[in-house]
Design a protein around this ligand. Sequence first.
Ligand SMILES: [Zn+2]
Length: 422
Amino acid sequence: MSAAPLTPRPLHWLRRSLALLILASALLITSTQTARAAADPPPRHLVQPGDTLSAIAQHYGSTVPALMAANGLTDPDSLAVGQILIAPPAAQPLQRIETRPRDTLASVAQRYAVDLTDLQTINHLTPGQRLTPGQDLLAPAPPDQPSPALPPGPIRSISISPAVARQGETVAVQIHIDASQPLSLSLKLDPQTAPLFPIGAEELVGLVAVHALTEPGYVWLDLSWQRAGEAISQTLRWPIPVIEAGYPTYDIILPDDKGDLLAPELVQAELERMIALWSAVSEPPSARWLFQRPVAPEYLTSAPFGQRRSYNSGPVSSFHAGQDFAAPAGVPIYAPAAGVVVLADPLQVRGNAVLIDHGGGVFSGYWHLTDIVAQVGQQVQPGDLLGHVGTTGLSTGNHLHWELRVNGFAVDPMQWLTTRFP
Ligand SMILES: [Zn+2]
């Protein structure tokens, strides 16, 4: 039930106007190009033993990021023999998108600002063909990143995964450096600071959260570095293309007396206590594995992460900061990954709550429990019992609210069930 307040837009207004200007001009250029460039459906490739993504990319004149975006891949090293890949030429990068209820080809074309005929051709559809909600479609990718060239210096390469992020997703930023001289580095996605951790002598990785209410377009990473003995630090701006996640809007009609249920200062005090906990950065695990579902698979997801919320038909003022699972009271809740329990307490809004520190600025929360089994300071392993489903705190029925925080920002926890982060 808990929702994150509407925070200020992550970009300074000047930067944002600049980004929109660049995006607008890029869109103008591509809208005339795509009509001709994307006239043919992309080739398909049947993965053979020994195939690698880079070899396939080379064969079709494509790129690894283009293949990953078109096929929804998150790990370039996990190809399965017999898998069919779409291989868009580098000049016609594609992205995979999902249709929403009541979508038509025309509404999808409008949402992604792509040509209707292109959309039809790329997907082998006939004009006016009906779409089903949740259907996978291919669409021309957002325009090329405006200025991803690296200046000469100690930064050798930057790679982001996924190459195109949806609102509310976690993005891994991998930085390859020249480590011949000591170097201090910092990574920001304003106002978020992402801790960087070495994964080898010449490589660092940081995770950034793309805010669930980010406008589609670009967000900008600021990578600053300073060599030992040098007085001046340098900053490089690197774009992350962001597309709409298609989150639904939910209008909550509050009864007249509901406002009295919780005093704002109480809500704020509880939030500040949580912020103090999930803003801490501990060492990350030596490797991250896929997260496991916190409840058994028979308990279905209910209110999704990112659901926009308006109250009494007003404007969207907040979004759902976690993923809900519908489950009756007493259903066991398990740790999805290894970590340390940093909170196990009854709270006013979140009810009986457990918060786990997974290291490197990543935390997961479990709200509204009927009882808590885990203890503060406990080291948990995936599958360890944390407590049981309930409806304590500000909740209208038994369910688990599962929340994931990266650098203090709420991200879609479901992405972590299918994506292994470094
Ligand atoms: Zn919830």
